[in-house]
Write a protein that binds this ligand. Structure first.
Ligand SMILES: [Zn+2]
Length: 198
């Protein structure tokens, strides 16, 4: 689904423009998140007809509190519980009831779950980051892909992320980019202001 979302004109959005300006070669980016900042997650949202697609990219730190491979039973349990929560889209994303949205697909991926890293670039290559922080510990991310089908997409005018913040309180900011037939916009939401209106 990442390919599908990237095919949409996100490049016109302010955040994407700012990001593209300092990294021209997308093949060398770290996944689709761009910057990996603990506490910050990214949510791409696209409404096309009756189909609403959401893609969540977040440092694993925000979700499970660590980014190293799980070795202890406690870590494995934390991961399993997080995955279970992430696979319940209706418990994470609150949409107006009148829009009649039903989750039709959900998928969660992370190297921490044993999934293969699907980044385009080769992880053995050095990162050319200006800050020279390539020697820091290895980071991990968690990706969630969700699809809803909405019976009345025209009344879809907000997305409430309260439950997502409550489920994963280490998440301090979610950078939202959305595309609907009417508009495209970027927004930053926080636990104190968790609703995106569009
Ligand atoms: Zn990290």
């Amino acid at each position: 689904m990442r390919r599908l979302l990237l095919a949409l004109p996100f490049a016109l959005l302010p955040l994407a423009v700012a990001h593209a300006a300092d990294e021209h070669d997308h093949d060398h980016e770290h996944g689709s998140l761009g910057a990996h900042v603990h506490g910050v997650a990214r949510l791409d949202m696209a409404l096309d007809g009756r189909t609403l697609e959401l893609e969540l990219d977040t440092p694993a730190m925000n979700i499970v509190g660590f980014e190293h491979p799980a070795t202890t039973d406690a870590d494995k349990m934390t991961l399993a519980l997080a995955k279970e929560t992430l696979l319940k889209p209706h418990a994470l994303f609150s949409l107006p009831e009148t829009a009649g949205c039903t989750a039709t697909r959900q998928r969660v991926e992370s190297t921490l779950f044993g999934d293969k890293d699907d980044d385009d670039h080769d992880h053995d290559h050095d990162h050319d980051q200006a800050g020279g922080d390539a020697t820091e510990h290895e980071h991990s991310e968690i990706h969630g892909h969700y699809q809803f089908t909405c019976s009345a997409p025209n009344v879809l005018n907000k997305l409430d992320l309260t439950q997502l913040f409550k489920s994963f309180p280490a998440t301090q900011t979610i950078q939202v980019q959305l595309v609907t037939p009417k508009r495209q916009m970027g927004a930053e939401v926080r636990p104190s202001n968790p609703v995106v209106k569009f």
